[in-house]
Design a protein around this ligand. Structure first.
Ligand code: FEO
Length: 395
């Protein structure tokens, strides 16, 4: 499959309908994904990015239906992660001397991945490549989300090839933002931002401001995953600025794991305490052992307050809780508050451990949390309801 975007640019990527996990098992892709590669035809022919290695042969076979690949003059690798560079090994066997344009870090990482001494051409922000009527301009975008990342801008067509930036793990035969379900699209775009770009929010803002300062007309943003933004493409840029700026909705997320339901009952009583004093705030109660971890990250990203609960086990926390805490610590959300709770039988360290981990993750700690011995009775559940009321005060 290929898709003619306009007289100059054709999409030659791969839609991966089956993909359910990405980055190993770190990222759930409920809606599949795509690896977007773009062929630009002018006096010179340019290929922007490739696809993940398992689709390498299929990609090259499709590309050959589109063009004699010996006629590709330049390859641009905006980002060397294997989902975009994976087909290079097979491709370069057929066109071994073709120059590969990428950043200095891109050269280092591509060599690290493939151990090949290809014909690399290092580029920096502002470097250009004339290809006939059109010109490519390269814009380094380090740490969005790897050190090597760059964007490529195509003049005349006013298209920004932004690689992972503004992408979504979202397989759709419609390919364009105006043709797909908007709720699904934004769910996947936000999930992508929360789970991949959040740690780099400061760089996101800086890079967007830099690109806007160039005053380049942008008619289309073409990411390396998901659909292409052609209808009011600046809408996703504005969303990124919103998400990068300590984004929160009027929401409290309560994430818990429970061995014999004591911590679950605590979680539900805390939620009751919250709703008894504030009926406007949305509460999401999620059992971390039974739920998708990336969806928990999304709900936490959307929240003003995150409450984490776990029973104490072996002087620590339950394994699903440890996993979520590790993820939240890595994402370094800003402008959010948190507290911990949990049941215990004798040693009872979990609440303190969770509080410390949340603090390390950059959360403002509301209080030292609440723990209850064995199975909570009505008095204990009332204490949890009162605890919920103190959480509302911190909103
Ligand atoms: Fe889609 Fe960072 O690779």
């Amino acid at each position: 499959m290929s898709l003619k975007i306009n007289d100059t640019v054709t999409w030659v990527g791969k839609i991966d309908w089956e993909l359910k996990k990405f980055h190993g098992d770190e990222y759930s892709t409920h809606k599949g994904s795509s690896y977007n590669s773009y062929l630009i035809r002018d006096e010179k022919t340019v290929l922007i990015d490739t696809v993940w290695e398992p689709f390498s042969r299929e990609f090259i076979a499709n590309l050959k239906k589109e063009i004699d690949i010996q006629k590709i003059d330049y390859i641009v690798i905006n980002h060397s992660e294997v989902d975009h560079s994976g087909a290079l090994v097979d491709l370069m066997e057929e066109i071994p001397n073709t120059p590969i344009y990428c950043t200095k870090s891109g050269v280092r990482i591509l060599k690290g991945h493939y151990h090949k001494d290809w014909n690399f051409v290092e580029v920096k922000t502002g470097d250009t490549l004339d290809i006939g009527k059109h010109k490519l301009t390269f814009i380094e975008a380090s740490m969005l989300h790897w050190p090597d990342t760059m964007f490529t801008y195509l003049s005349e067509e006013n298209m920004l090839f932004s690689n992972d930036g503004f992408g979504q793990h979202y397989a759709s035969e419609f390919m364009y933002n105006d043709k797909v379900d908007q709720a699904e699209l934004y769910q996947e775009a936000l999930k992508y931002y929360a789970n991949i770009l959040t740690p780099f929010s400061k760089q996101v803002v800086k890079k967007i401001e830099e690109i806007l300062s160039f005053n380049l007309p942008i008619d289309m943003i073409c990411p390396s995953h998901g659909i292409i933004w052609r209808d009011n493409p600046i809408q996703i840029v504005n969303k990124y600025l919103e998400w990068a700026n300590e984004y929160k909705e009027n929401q409290i997320t309560i994430v818990y794991d429970s061995m014999w339901n004591a911590t679950r009952r605590m979680a539900e009583s805390i939620a009751e305490g919250i709703t008894s004093t504030n009926k406007e705030v949305e509460i999401k109660l999620i059992n971390s052992a039974k739920s998708d971890k990336n969806d928990i990250v999304v709900e936490s990203f959307k929240s003003k307050i995150v409450l984490i609960g776990s029973s104490t086990i072996n002087n620590g926390v339950l394994s699903s809780t440890a996993s979520i805490l590790e993820m939240l610590k890595g994402f370094r959300f800003r402008g959010k508050k948190a507290a911990a709770f949990g049941s215990y039988g004798w040693s009872g360290e979990a609440t303190k451990i969770m509080t410390e981990e949340l603090e390390k993750g950059g959360f403002e700690i509301i209080n030292s949390g609440i723990k209850e011995l064995w199975n909570p009775d009505e008095d204990a559940l009332n204490r949890c309801r009162e605890f919920g009321k103190t959480i509302v005060e911190a909103l």
